[in-house]
Ligand binder design. Structure first.
Ligand code: CA
Ligand code: FE
Length: 303
């Protein structure tokens, strides 16, 4: 019961063809469907129809984030709780929001982000047989992460956004960066027993910081940096260590200016573990543990 994981992101791009070339050939995602103004992708090891949707728009940023719920009954359950929290919801039937889409409850989170809870997105299978599979398909190109991992967003009131995802959607807080006056500057929340599936940092409501894809180990981050450099993709930071989440990451930009991350490491987050707190003075180390400070682009706004 409840939210299973981050399901998908819908990202705005002003040049759909250029972005499609990047997401398929450099990032190495698999195209699963195409409309006149949207292209749908999945990571190779994902079974569901899509985890990234590119949408033609004059600006860049995040349009929608979707979380997959485990049971059909979760949709009614959460719709009631969201409405009880004073937030309006809309319901969409399977297929109504595009190819492969599941039944969806849509609402605007207190952080200003359009959020979908989804059940029953069509399953297309990963690229491996279910009997006697090899560890990886042949013929993958680019970075080819096996799956989407987490999304990192900005909002004005991190305390309120965090409380909503904890109290209404049953996310668990794993880490927080607290300002000296006690309010939350940054929070990390999970549903998958990993260090984070969703994070918020202080900034404008509705703004997008990055979407991250899982890699299996640190060497994959080195290979990803090689691939970015080979293709002339702008690297923002890393490969490096995050203090918060204890993970390793590499930040880079798609051709529209949306920040992508490939991420690995971190810890197993059992529901009984206590959240970790970073103090304001150690925020640099929480973000980039080796450098000890955020780089100048870290707080770039993507709305
Ligand atoms: Ca995660
Ligand atoms: Fe991240």
């Amino acid at each position: 019961m409840g939210v299973l994981r981050l399901s998908h992101v819908e990202i705005r791009v002003p040049d759909l063809e250029l972005a499609t070339a990047y997401y398929s050939e450099v990032l190495g995602l698999i195209e699963t469907a195409r409309e006149s103004e949207r292209v749908f992708f999945k990571c190779w090891d994902e079974h569901q129809h899509h985890s990234v949707v590119l949408k033609y728009a004059p600006s860049y940023g995040l349009d929608v984030m979707g979380f997959k719920v485990q049971d059909h009954a979760d949709l009614d359950h959460f719709q009631e709780r969201i409405e009880a929290a004073g937030i309006a919801t809309k319901r969409f039937a399977a297929g109504e929001l595009g190819p492969g889409s599941g039944e969806t409850v849509r609402f605007e989170a207190p952080s200003g982000h359009t959020t979908d809870l989804v059940f029953g997105m069509s399953q297309v299978g990963n690229l491996l047989p279910l009997t006697n599979p090899p560890p990886e398909p042949q013929g993958l190109v680019g970075i080819h992460p096996p799956r989407i991992d987490h999304i990192f967003l900005m909002c004005e009131d991190v305390d309120a956004a965090t409380a909503f995802f904890q109290d209404v959607l049953d996310f668990r807080l794993t880490e927080q960066i607290l300002a000296d006056d006690g309010h939350q500057l940054c929070t990390f929340l999970e549903r998958t027993h990993t260090a984070h599936d969703l994070a918020f940092i202080t900034g404008p409501n509705g703004a997008f910081h990055h979407v991250a894809f899982w890699m299996d180990d640190w060497n994959d981050l080195r290979r990803a940096a090689d691939i970015c450099s080979y293709h002339g993709v702008a690297i923002d930071a890393g490969p490096t260590r995050h203090g918060a989440t204890r993970g390793w990451g590499l930040y880079f930009f798609d051709p529209a200016g949306n920040r992508n991350e490939v991420y690995t490491g971190g810890y197993w987050a059992d529901p009984d573990r206590e959240p970790i707190t970073w103090t304001e003075g150690e925020m640099g180390r929480a973000v980039f543990y080796y450098e000890g400070q955020v780089n100048q682009r870290f707080l770039t706004v993507h709305s």
